[in-house]
Design a protein around this ligand. Structure first.
Ligand code: DON
Length: 298
């Protein structure tokens, strides 16, 4: 771990996301790594306690909650798990697939997933999401209100995707309200250490390694890991699986989680991203650790 941190801390490729104005202020030098085993042992290096907004990594955990509530057959029917092969915010992917969202890790599928969280009102759905993700982390999570306000003021594209989903009958919820709940979930503050705990929970069939709480059942976890394997790194998902050999999920604030089933979770945090929106140092460090630890499941 310390070796991976030292080796890739000197890489200066990639650019910090700026399409959400508040993210443009992130310090590109931040770099943290955290590993948490299913038995709760942890090892952190660098900026593993620096808080940042979870962004797209939230998609994995909200999908877990919805997979738990709806069951395997229903989530496959209503959301899907196939890769789009297109960028995470693609409108074209939705059009090409007849208005069905395809998978829960791209924005269309994530908006559909969030709209399926049980609750009579957006506030009830939100309460369920924040409680559920906090159970994954083993501590109460809070929203970064600046990031939320910044994205809420600039997320017309996500509103358009949600409206397109509604026009195809793929969501029942109000598109602006669904987008707002989704934007709040993306603004939840986590650290790399929190993300490693959350990833380790997925690695252990839904049991949080710190609290020992069964957050979701093992079937829901399996659905999440399958969706991550097909589309966790967007259009780079096949390449990721071929080099790292484990399901993972990235976010535009610079986090990446990787799940070693039955063993534990790895989380990396480094804001500069490649062209697909994946952390450059995070990918390098994960590849290095997966090889060094012999974690490739293939
Ligand atoms: O919806 C968005 O654009 C952001 N809230 C999250 C996107 C994201 O993290 C994509 N990840 N690489």
């Amino acid at each position: 771990m310390a070796d991976a941190h030292a080796r890739f801390g000197v890489v200066h490729d990639g650019t910090v996301a700026d399409y959400i104005p508040a993210l443009a202020d992130a310090d590109p030098a931040l770099f943290g790594l955290s590993v948490v085993s299913v038995t709760g042992d942890s090892h952190d290096v660098g900026d593993a306690d620096h808080p940042f907004s979870i962004q797209s990594i939230s998609k994995a955990f909200v999908f877990a909650l919805v997979a738990q509530d709806l069951g395997h057959d229903e989530v496959l029917r209503r959301i899907g798990v196939d890769s789009t092969g297109l960028p995470f915010d693609s409108v074209m992917a939705l059009e090409l697939n007849g208005g069905a969202p395809m998978n829960p890790m791209v924005n269309a599928g994530a908006l559909a997933t969030t709209s399926l969280v049980p609750g009579a009102t957006p506030a009830e759905k939100w309460d369920r999401i924040v409680a559920g993700l906090s159970r994954f982390a083993g501590r109460p999570l809070e929203v970064d209100e600046d990031v939320y306000a910044s994205e809420a003021a600039t997320n017309q594209r996500n509103q358009a995707i949600a409206t397109l989903l509604q026009s195809y009958g793929s969501i029942d919820a109000d598109p602006v309200e669904a987008t707002d709940v989704y934007t709040r979930q993306c603004s939840l503050l986590v650290t790399a250490h929190d993300l490693a705990v959350m990833a380790a929970t997925l690695a252990d069939g839904g049991v949080n390694p710190l609290t020992r709480e069964q957050v979701v059942d093992a079937v829901a976890c399996r659905d999440v890991l399958a969706a991550l394997a097909t589309s966790g790194l967007y259009e780079q998902s096949g390449r990721w699986l071929a080099t790292i050999g484990l399901p993972g999920k990235s976010g535009v604030s610079g986090g990446i989680i990787t799940i070693a089933p039955g063993k534990g979770g790895l989380a990396t945090f480094s804001p500069p991203l490649d062209g697909a929106g994946n952390s450059v140092r995070g990918k390098l460090a994960t590849q290095h650790l997966s090889r060094a630890l012999g974690m490739n499941i293939f």
